[in-house]
Design a binder for this molecule. Structure first.
Ligand SMILES: Nc1ncnc2c1ncn2[C@@H]1O[C@H](COP(=O)(O)OP(=O)(O)OP(=O)(O)O)[C@@H](O)[C@H]1O
Ligand SMILES: [Mg+2]
Length: 557
């Protein structure tokens, strides 16, 4: 993508200074509603897009702003009643600027005092929230690379480039430390590039060590290569990062075929009533389930499910008589929960040590991708993710509490980000109140565990959880309720709504929230060979290379 043509001139030291292209002047405005700018005659509305990042030059401040609307106007009402229908184009040109003109609505998002004009982009700048508006006839200009760098920072370190603005070729960065600091979300309808973007961001986080990751990979797409919709192939995180990324699988057949580190088994003893409640819809459970499961747990503790599933009809009756449970409800529950026992990865008893080893690996700075293999049913996904996450979150809580006691930096657990696709399954208004995921989203970063939720239907997610998401990224959404949901609790909703509605169906997203200084629309960076190179990554083909990486180059020889 080429830079738009713009004026260039020689600066004092002979370096080329790009002069911003002027688009128009401010003619009207209000602090809350934003500014109206009359476009200069030579500027075509077709060169501007909703969501474009532009700059308004006030006298004392520079305002970094977003275009929220574009309007066509006429000065003479006769043109409305009798437009020059079949007039040749030069007529339209001749009256442009005198009888017809265009305006844009511009919403200032950040401002910079002009004394900081030549602030160096990677130094902390005086960019601040907008507290005032410019006067009449302030100039609206196209943003230049320095403006982008001033606001979004230069690429490098924890500043990770996720894409470029729609009209230029300048990297737009998110701050990875801020990204992992709070839970965040990636939304957009199917095929918009959510999983690709997640891959990009995960690569950035792994590369910089901003956090350790646990990815619940329901569709087996993150670890190894995957064919894209265009027919090409993209590499998986395991291939790119080698032994830094451990692959767990529920599916022993897949484990045999691919480079899987651990086959995970889940024991009936690890399943709690909460997990079963989450499956209410999948297993068509009755409302009495919670009460029945509660009575069983009272008696059998962690073995409640194992005991229930092996009870004979007589034993069910005896249990009900002793505990006051309803016999029909209990045998119905038993029948329905048999579906869990039949899953291939379920065993009678499994030690928690397998999950605890995951935490030890995370502690050592490894990242974990849990693949579901052929167990790709919603039931498997929800059950396993919940069981694993609950245990991990519990261990993290202990760690944080220990750290608060000792205050020894060595005890501080690494921030952990848990990625879940199809997040509404765990975070819909009912589930969010019960599941560990709802709890993590609500308690913010208290225990250093945050979520990256990925979903096609943000309207399915509990509004309380949505409002807790620090950074939100959204690709195209068409349903009104989804758009509403993504913008829950966001300032400047009307501006952003326009930006969201005008996105392409693929690889374009609106970034907003904690990890970016102001909302911006970007074309997502391609996940391709060039990306691997830019990140200093290459595919590792053999275990020898992994070992070499662990022990230094000598081990190769
Ligand atoms: N950053 C990117 N780099 C390369 N290709 C991309 C990128 N983003 C999107 N694509 C293309 O778009 C296709 C769909 O992307 P992706 O699988 O990420 O969509 P999705 O939003 O996760 O969809 P679903 O909701 O169905 O899972 C990819 O197969 C690829 O061809
Ligand atoms: Mg996807």
């Amino acid at each position: 993508m080429a830079l738009r043509p713009r004026l260039a001139e020689s600066g004092a030291k002979g370096e080329v200074i790009m002069r911003r292209k002027r688009l128009g002047v401010v003619t009207d405005g209000a602090f809350n509603a934003g500014l109206t700018v009359r476009l200069d005659p030579g500027v075509s509305t077709e060169d501007l897009r909703i969501g474009d990042f532009v700059v308004v030059e006030g006298e004392q401040n520079r305002y970094f702003s977003m275009i929220s609307d574009i309007q066509l106007k006429v000065t003479d009402a006769t043109f409305l009643a009798d437009p020059p229908r079949d007039a040749p184009p030069f007529i339209a040109q001749a009256i442009a600027g005198t009888n017809t003109y265009a305006t844009v609505q511009v919403k200032p998002m950040l401002m910079l005092e002009k004394t900081d004009e030549w602030a160096i982009p990677d130094q902390p700048t005086g960019v601040q929230t907008v507290r005032t508006i410019p006067m009449h006839f302030a100039e609206l200009c196209q943003a230049d690379p320095l403006d982008f760098a001033t606001v979004f920072g230069k690429e490098g370190g924890l500043n990770f480039a996720v894409g470029v603005p729609l009209t230029m070729d300048i990297p737009i960065c998110i701050k990875l430390d801020r990204w992992v600091e709070r839970s965040n979300g990636i939304f957009g309808q199917t095929g918009t590039g959510k999983s690709m973007l997640a891959r990009l961001i995960l690569s950035g986080i792994i590369k910089t060590g901003a956090a350790v990751n646990l990815v619940f990979d329901m569709h087996n797409e993150y670890a190894f290569d995957k064919q894209t919709e265009d027919g090409g192939w993209v590499k998986g995180l395991r291939q790119l990062f080698g032994s830094k990324v451990l692959v767990y699988s529920l599916d022993e057949k897949m484990a045999a075929r691919r480079n899987v580190d651990v086959t995970l088994k889940i024991g009936l003893n690890q399943i709690e009533a909460e997990d079963v409640m989450l499956l209410a819809e999948e297993l068509d459970l009755r409302p009495t389930t919670a009460a029945t499961a509660g009575l069983l747990s009272d008696v059998y503790k962690e073995d409640w499910l194992r005991e229930l599933l092996k009870m004979s009809p007589e034993e069910v009756l005896a249990f009900c008589q002793a505990s006051g449970a309803h016999p029909e409800a209990t045998s119905a529950l038993q029948r329905k929960l048999m579906a869990i026992k039949r899953r291939g990865y379920i065993v009678e008893r499994a030690p928690f040590s397998l999950i605890d080893e995951m935490v030890a690996a995370l502690d050592a700075g490894k990242h974990i991708i849990l693949q579901f293999g052929r167990y790709s049913h919603a039931l498997d996904y929800m059950l396993v993710a919940n069981v694993v996450t609950r245990r991990i979150r519990r261990l993290y809580q202990e760690k944080v509490e220990r750290y608060e006691e000792t205050k020894d930096p060595g005890d501080a657990p690494r921030p952990l980000m848990i990625t879940i696709e199809e997040a509404h399954k765990f975070l819909n208004p009912t589930a969010a109140k019960q599941t560990i995921f709802g709890q993590i989203a609500r308690e913010l970063r208290k225990y250093r565990v945050t979520l990256m939720v990925i979903d096609q239907r943000p309207s399915g997610i509990d509004p309380e959880v949505m409002s807790q998401l620090g950074t939100r990224v959204s690709g195209k959404l068409t349903e009104e309720r989804d758009i509403e949901a993504v913008l829950t609790g966001v300032a400047d909703r009307s501006t952003l709504r326009g930006a969201l509605a005008s996105l392409d169906t693929r690889q374009q997203v609106l970034l907003m929230g904690h990890a970016v200084p102001m909302p911006i629309v970007v074309r997502t960076r391609p996940f391709d060979e060039e990306f691997y190179r830019a990140m200093g990554l290459r595919e590792r083909r053999s275990a020898v290379e992994d070992i070499a990486e662990l022990f230094g180059e000598d081990a190769k020889g």
